[in-house]
Write a protein that binds this ligand. Structure first.
Ligand code: NAP
Length: 260
């Protein structure tokens, strides 16, 4: 068992969306290990309850599972309300839930485009809309949005996804500028391909999964995919007081992909 009371996030309360899988679960576990009390939000109750059980087993920390579909505005409002009701405050909001879309701009239909934006962008706006009043009343808060390198560079057959993550980067900067003088920091993460269940599904659908994986790995000069833990470690930094002067940044975690 770790000693969370002495961690970088001791005393802080964190709400994380998409906490039942991949990057969100890694964030939840790392944040708890760093001393935060965590509200793990997500669509599938069994997944977020599993995350909460792991937090309790690994750290002994109290944690809360909140079933919420971030595409539903009332769910996002309730998710924030339940977090504050349970823990009395909200210091860190990780807008992490997201979905992919593997179509070019001609093939993607308006319904899919709108749904991708509802889950990847509107949820960030809504999470901030409902959490910021609490953070402003406290005079402090850190918001971390999971964008993607595909919010910074283009990729084939990712029209709605690239556009949605670019919007997350832009909204991150807008919120950073708007609230910088009121104790709120807002940053986003821009990982390259991360080895999560998301990517396992992508590979399972490929005609030659091993070749597809190699192609994904070769995009990075480091020759591998990112791990969820590496992304979560960056989130702990951005959430902590060590990043006190860091706001509006799009932190690239890409093994050098966008450096060449
Ligand atoms: P993942 O393993 O598929 O996890 C995504 C999580 O988001 C799941 O827990 C999922 O819950 C949740 N979610 C999806 N739609 C939701 C909704 N409408 N309401 C609430 N929760 C919802 O994917 P991941 O790789 O960890 O991705 C997390 C974030 O990282 C996403 O924003 C993604 O765009 C971003 N990202 C991923 C990669 C990558 O290569 N993996 C790279 C760059 C950025 P359910 O399982 O219950 O649906």
């Amino acid at each position: 068992m770790t000693t969370p009371a002495a961690g970088k996030l001791a005393g802080k309360v964190a709400l994380i969306t998409g906490a039942g899988s991949g990057i969100g679960r890694a964030m939840a576990l790392r944040f708890a290990a760093a001393g935060a009390r965590v509200a793990a939000a997500g669509r599938t109750p069994a997944s977020i309850e599993e995350t909460v059980a792991r937090i309790r087993a690994q750290t002994g920390q109290d944690a809360l599972a909140v079933a919420a579909d971030v595409a539903v505005p009332a769910d996002v409002e309730r998710m924030v309300r339940e977090t504050v009701a349970r823990f009395g405050r909200i210091d860190i909001l990780c807008n992490n839930a997201g979905i992919g879309s593997s179509k070019d701009v001609v093939a993607v239909e308006p319904e899919e485009w709108d749904h991708v934006f509802a889950v990847n962008v509107r949820d960030v706006y809504l999470g901030c809309k409902y959490a910021l009043p609490h953070m402003l009343a406290q005079g402090s808060g850190a918001i971390i949005n999971t964008a993607s390198v595909l919010g910074l560079v283009g990729a084939p057959e990712r029209a709605a996804y690239c556009a949605s993550k670019g919007a997350v980067v832009a909204l991150t900067r807008q919120i950073a500028v708007e609230y910088a003088h009121r104790g709120i920091r807002c940053n986003c993460l821009c990982p390259t391909t991360v080895d999560t269940p998301w990517v396992s599904r992508l590979l399972a659908d490929a005609p030659d999964p091993a070749a597809r994986r190699r192609a994904l790995e070769e995009r990075q000069p480091m020759g591998r995919l990112a791990t969820a833990e590496e992304v979560a470690a960056a989130a702990v930094y951005l959430a902590s007081d060590e990043a006190a002067f860091v706001t509006g940044t799009a932190l690239v975690i890409d093994g050098g992909m966008t450096a060449r």
